[in-house]
Design a protein around this ligand. Structure first.
Ligand SMILES: [Zn+2]
Length: 311
């Protein structure tokens, strides 16, 4: 059975036809241009879905269903997307409208949940029943698979672990609270701290950007830490500690078989995993029992399309 997976982001609509094993058979994309009315965006989603089926050589009647991963949540009882900041959406009936346009059953899921599902079906957590994917990017996204199925809680928001408070009266978060995990574990946090602490001293980070804070990005900080620059390394170790604390909280919450790291920061690979390991072990409560190893997500940008198709 071939299904259509749609990775809907603020920049692009990326759509593919996907087989049951999670292989992408075709890929098409269009710009989202989210400032326009949502009906136009949904019409474009429908267009990419039909294009993806055609490019994969599939008759539309043979398509088994359509899944959409969104940077937000859907109220599963109504099919309404109540709020999606990246798309400027409020109360958008995505499931119903798209279903009417395509004549297919449509399922909608949070993008991090969808990526976790993709890793479960065709990636690094394949063969497990319980897994968590943590994406370390602009924010911190989390997707949870329990008993082989995406877990979203009673109201679709169970996996916003990036907004668990881990530091009382800490950094102000975009959500309005202070001290959320993503204020310490995201790429944004790494860049913020590097700006605060590494641009006033003549170290590798300062030299890499010529002292210009606007030129700074997470990769530069990670590369400088990798090269052994003392300032960048100290900052990176502290950053890894904050990531580790949140991962230990995930173990206490879900006790998964594996936790995967994805998103831009995870490109640091084994260097990142090694730095996390020691503070992670220290923070685990129940050390007498096995606990989840930390691994790297395998599917990269394709996870959005594959996971959506698996909804
Ligand atoms: Zn928050």
């Amino acid at each position: 059975m071939i299904r259509i997976g749609v990775d809907l982001g603020g920049t692009g609509i990326k759509t593919g036809a996907v087989d049951e094993k999670g292989n992408i058979l075709s890929k098409v994309s269009r710009p989202t241009r989210p400032q326009r009315h949502y009906d136009e965006v949904i019409a474009d989603i429908a267009g990419t879905a039909r294009d993806a089926a055609r490019e994969a050589g599939c008759d539309w009647d043979g398509i088994g269903g359509v899944g959409v991963g969104i940077p937000g949540v859907e109220d599963a009882s109504t099919g309404i997307v109540p709020l999606c900041a990246n798309l400027y959406w409020r109360d958008v009936p995505l499931r119903g409208r798209l279903g009417e346009l395509l004549g297919k059953e449509v399922h909608v899921g949070n993008d991090a949940t969808v990526a976790a599902l993709a890793e479960h079906v065709a990636g690094a957590s394949r063969g497990t029943e319980n897994s968590v994917l943590v994406t370390l990017g602009t924010g911190v996204g989390t997707g949870v698979i329990l008993n082989g199925k995406p877990f979203s809680g009673s109201h679709g928001v169970a996996t916003e672990l990036g907004h668990c408070v881990i530091r009382i009266d800490g950094e102000l978060c975009t959500c309005g609270n202070r001290g959320c995990w993503e204020r310490y574990a995201s790429a944004t946090a790494l860049i913020r701290e590097a700006k605060n602490r590494l641009l006033s001293e003549d170290g590798a980070v300062y030299r890499a950007v010529g002292g210009d804070p606007e030129a700074l990005n997470a990769k530069i900080v990670l590369d400088c830490a990798k090269s052994g620059d003392p300032g960048a390394l100290a900052l990176f170790k502290e950053y890894a500690y904050w990531i580790a604390l949140g991962l230990a909280n995930i173990v206490s919450t879900y006790d998964p078989e594996i936790i995967l790291l994805g998103g831009g920061v995870s490109a640091a690979g084994d260097f990142l995993l090694r730095a996390i390991q020691s503070p992670y072990e220290k923070a685990i409560f129940f050390k007498a029992m096995p606990y989840a190893p930390i691994g790297l997500a395998a599917l990269g940008n394709d996870a959005g399309i594959i996971g959506a198709a698996m909804l």
